[in-house]
Design a protein around this ligand. Structure first.
Ligand code: MG
Length: 390
């Protein structure tokens, strides 16, 4: 029986993970859940799964949760960074699903690894920001890191039973998002509501904007580099609007392996939890219905984030953390209509180019770089908005 803590249980991955767990009660048991501010949904999850302990973002939300939980309930409520730490390192669990969105997922995930928990990883920022530390620590602790990101799950599946020296390159697929066929001048005018309409996947706001700007794919390239120990030069991106082929691996003999399924996050979540076995999840794929699978070259002129991610990934050190941090701030600003869609990569690029990357950084250096880049991005956005209002 896998005893599971979910970091980020009220987000899209958390909700899907709970659905997989609910349908497999003999295999999985929820021990702990953590949410940010969505106490209403967390309350429902507590009623349904009866976890021993839950964590929320701060004391105020912990109080709110207490006030809506009907007594008698046995769930312990903790909060803040101490709360997340307690959840990530609980004695009773053997698996942690890391599904907090953004850089906030890094520390709890590293703590879970240090405590010897197997990780089902949806928080790509963990690898993007601190891949060097995470890979080393996982090795030291004998911890398995199973990808939940659909592309990385696909690659993981294609690599099963293969020798690493047979791999020539990895091909990550990208849906291309809602603006795939937009001209540059149209991209200048898009609004957050346009970007939030993703054609194939239902995800949280941050990931949806990242999908539309291709930054999601950029972060995934760096994630793949660390998860599979592959050089950036050997990772390619194909735009694949149907989102049926979730990624591919090309081998030195010219063979290409791909993993196909309908776009449903429960499939990679179930695989991450059940590996090396498979459990029944998701609807079957009907290729007669889909008929066409297309693959296109990504356009880095219209979507410069992809180029920036390659550059940051190749530079290594603290550069990927800076890329990620600057992106988090510009996406938040875009959602509040404080920057335009095409301003996002411009701001990120200027911050990256003024950053002195530190090679093989410590966790502290990574967190400093993260903070520095966030401040830089906020200042730039402030200046741009002041200029506009004069
Ligand atoms: Mg993905």
């Amino acid at each position: 029986m896998k005893k599971i803590a979910i970091l980020g249980s009220t987000g899209s991955i958390g909700v899907n993970a709970l659905d997989v767990i609910r349908r497999n009660p003999k295999r999985y048991k929820v021990i702990a859940l953590s949410a940010g501010r969505n106490v209403r949904l967390l309350k429902k999850q507590i009623d349904q799964y009866q976890p021993k302990i839950v964590s929320v973002i701060d004391g105020a939300h912990a109080e709110r949760l207490k006030s809506i939980l009907k007594p008698p309930h046995k769930t312990k409520i903790v909060f803040g960074s101490d709360g997340y730490r307690e959840l990530a390192t609980l004695k009773e669990t053997n698996t942690v699903i890391s599904a907090i969105v953004g850089s906030g997922g890094l520390i709890p995930t590293i703590e879970a690894i240090s405590a010897g928990k197997d990780i089902a990883l949806a928080n790509k920022e963990t690898m993007v920001m601190a891949g060097n530390i995470v890979v080393e620590k996982a090795k030291e602790k004998g911890v398995r890191i199973m990808p939940i990101d659909s592309e990385h799950s696909a690659i993981f599946q294609c690599l099963a039973g293969q020798k690493r020296e047979s791999v020539k390159r990895i091909i990550l697929t990208a849906s291309g998002g809602p603006f795939l066929n937009f001209k540059r001048k149209d991209l200048e005018r898009v609004k957050p509501s346009d970007a939030l309409e993703h054609p194939n996947w239902k995800m949280g706001k941050k990931v949806t904007i990242d999908s539309a700007s291709l930054m999601n794919k950029g972060l995934e390239i760096i994630e793949a580099k660390w998860l599979f120990g592959i050089d950036m030069e050997n990772i390619d991106v194909h735009i694949h609007p149907q989102s049926i082929v979730h990624s591919m691996v090309e081998f030195i003999d010219g063979s290409v392996m791909a993993q196909l399924s309908i776009p449903d996050m429960r499939i990679p979540i179930a695989y991450a939890l059940s590996y090396p076995y498979r459990i029944s999840e998701g609807r079957p794929l009907n290729l007669f219905k889909i008929r066409n699978l297309e693959f296109l070259k990504p356009d880095v002129d219209r979507f410069p984030n992809l180029r920036l991610a390659y550059e940051a990934g190749k530079a290594g050190g603290t550069s990927p953390a800076v890329l990620n941090a600057a992106n988090e701030v510009v996406v938040e600003a875009f959602l509040h209509e404080r920057v335009k869609f095409m301003d996002m990569p411009i701001i990120i690029e200027s911050i990256l180019s003024s950053h002195q990357s530190k090679p093989s950084p410590s966790l502290k250096e990574i967190l400093n770089a993260d903070l520095w880049a966030k401040n830089q991005a906020k200042q730039q956005i402030e200046r741009m908005n002041n200029k506009c209002s004069v």
